[in-house]
Ligand binder design. Structure first.
Ligand code: HXC
Ligand code: NAP
Length: 273
């Protein structure tokens, strides 16, 4: 467990901070001493996060923002500076997703997901990056991926392409902005039960079981497991890490090899013994 003052005096923006992984990261950052600004479209869930942070004795602010709208992103940065004076950390966590065959996906469906994930991550990174450059104090940007950024994601072509773009952005900005002492990293979570992911990706008990079965550790991840790793990556404990993407998925993306599952069924002759 990181010491309690790990993020003391830091100011963090977490997009999608009203639910799921974003909320878990916002709460954990606050527990470690950060002042946290949560941004998303629905004020009610953002305010819930803020009130939980305030109950812990922390400081937080809710700023309704659609990350697809550059003017709203500029407002998010301005309001954060006005309230807390600076920005040290940005987590690009906001996302949208649903399962749909590529041939059935409408133009609007494609644009909705790519707009939130890829455009939104760039708009927020650009706006916050400019502030960090002007502040001359360095900073941390953390992007939230999914492992299909590398493998492709049949059934979620919009999200897989957008996350692959965010992976490229992570590496690109890590190098471009290293001169400003801005570190840019990413986390690729495996399946974690959250408000959005559950509804969008494993709505039935059978789908839930199949997803769990595909994880070598045989369970879903927990939001706090992502939040702890996020806290580490945006803290000084990770001061020489940049351009990296950390997979936290119980081994899911490593797949099952050619023979796992068949191992019990194979005879000694099959195995050349
Ligand atoms: C097909 C769909 C669809 C579906 C929406 N659309 N849902 N098409 N199947 N299930 C289409 C709509 O018909 C519309 O196209 C277009 O997408 C835009 O829909 P809107 O509802 O108008 O968009 P918007 O209000 O902007 O909502 C965006 C959204 C929504 C992505 C569609 O689901 C959302 O806001 N989600 C946020 C929460 C979320 O999805 N969280 C999951 C994150 S989990 P037409 O052509 O009809 O106009 C995650 C996990 C990754 O990312 C990896 C896991 C292992
Ligand atoms: P979630 O609860 O649905 O979170 C998504 C968040 O994004 C919501 O708070 C939502 O808030 C916000 N959001 C959506 N569209 C937005 C927009 N246009 N502008 C601003 N905010 C917007 O899902 P989650 O599981 O916590 O996902 C968090 C991140 O983890 C995402 O990047 C997701 O791709 C990634 N991920 C999750 C899993 C998983 O299994 N849970 C696996 C791999 C990757 P509003 O609706 O209020 O805007």
């Amino acid at each position: 467990m990181l010491p309690k003052d790990t993020l003391k005096e830091r100011v963090a923006i977490v997009t999608g901070g009203g639910t799921g992984l974003g909320k878990a990261m916002a709460l954990e950052f606050a527990r470690l001493g950060a002042r946290v600004v949560v941004a998303g479209r629905k004020l009610e869930s953002l305010q819930q996060t803020v009130s939980e942070i305030e109950k812990m004795g922390g400081k937080a602010l809710a700023v309704p923002t659609d990350v697809r709208e550059p003017a709203q992103v500029e407002n998010l940065v301005a309001v954060t500076k006005q309230r807390f004076g600076k920005i040290d950390i940005l987590v690009n966590n906001a996302a949208g997703n649903f399962i749909c065959r590529a041939e059935d996906l409408s133009v609007n469906g494609w644009r909705a997901v790519v707009g939130i994930v890829l455009d939104g991550t760039f708009y927020c990174s650009r706006a916050v990056g400019r502030e960090m450059i002007a502040q001359k104090t360095g900073g941390n940007i953390l992007n939230i991926l999914a492992t299909y950024a590398w493998t492709g994601g049949p059934g979620t072509v919009h999200s897989a392409c957008a996350k692959a773009g965010v992976l490229a952005m992570t590496k690109t900005l890590a190098v471009e902005w290293a001169r400003y002492k801005i570190r840019v990293n990413a986390i690729a979570p495996g399946p974690v039960e959250t408000e959005g992911a559950g509804k969008a990706l494993w709505a039935s008990p059978e789908a839930h079981r199949l997803v769990e079965e595909a994880v070598p550790l045989k369970r879903f991840g927990q939001s706090i497991e992502i939040a702890r790793a996020a806290s580490y990556l945006v803290s000084d404990y990770a001061s020489f890490i940049t351009g990296e993407a950390l997979v936290i998925d119980g081994g899911q993306w490593l797949g099952h090899g050619h023979y796992l599952g068949a191992l019990e069924r194979l005879t000694e002759t099959d195995r050349g013994l």
